[in-house]
Design a protein around this ligand. Sequence first.
Ligand code: PGA
Length: 257
Amino acid sequence: MTQRRPLMAANWKMNKTHREAVAFAEALDDALDEKQLPGATGPDIVLFAPFTALPATSEHRLNCSSAWHLGAQTMDFHDSGAYTGEISGDMLQALGITSVLVGHSERRQYYNETDETCNKKLHAAFKHNLIPILCVGETLEEREAGQTDVVVMRQMRMALDGVTTQQREQLVIAYEPIWAIGTGKVCDAAEANRTIAVIRREIGLAHTRILYGGSMKPDNVAELMKQPDIDGGLVGGASLDVDSFMQLVAAAVPVTA
Ligand code: PGA
């Protein structure tokens, strides 16, 4: 019997100045205290803030012993050097960042992130003690053509090339059907669970946490979290407001497999 601690992750994308991020952090601390969350059985919580908000939010977190962690939305796979505009794993680690998103569909679509660069970023993340959340998912055309499992398996296999069993246990995966991201069209919970079970079989480890992402909201989170293979969420729109994010946190209960 395997207990996987649930994980609720906020992906703020290109939203919130550093001041707004700290105000959110303060309000989240108060709301968590009031509800006595996460407590012993509540979820891990990670806020994926924009780069400019990371220093101030990290300082707040340390000063207030906040019950959540901070993540970056992407990173470069080089250690250092002439890569104008990029941020390295070392820089993130020095700020107390513990997690990083790899291969979000918006990075793949707009910034040319490929399965090969995802693989390099995964290796770089582990090298710098950052827990990567690898994002995978199909387009609407691929789903309608019955290609969902093939696409997701290709993304997984290429990104995980050379990643050890020990690293796979720490890795988090987010299944995010692209057609469900930011559209208000959530994937049917049973179907999301089916795809996530396919991903779990491919990874071959019962402990690896796999999240669902794509229009997760207070009114659909319970149905999603009831599914045995869904360990939490990677949440965009509904994570920008403390009240709605808190409802998602409160709904993320442990799953037994
Ligand atoms: P959404 O975004 O919750 O706004 O659909 C999810 C994501 O992009 O991670």
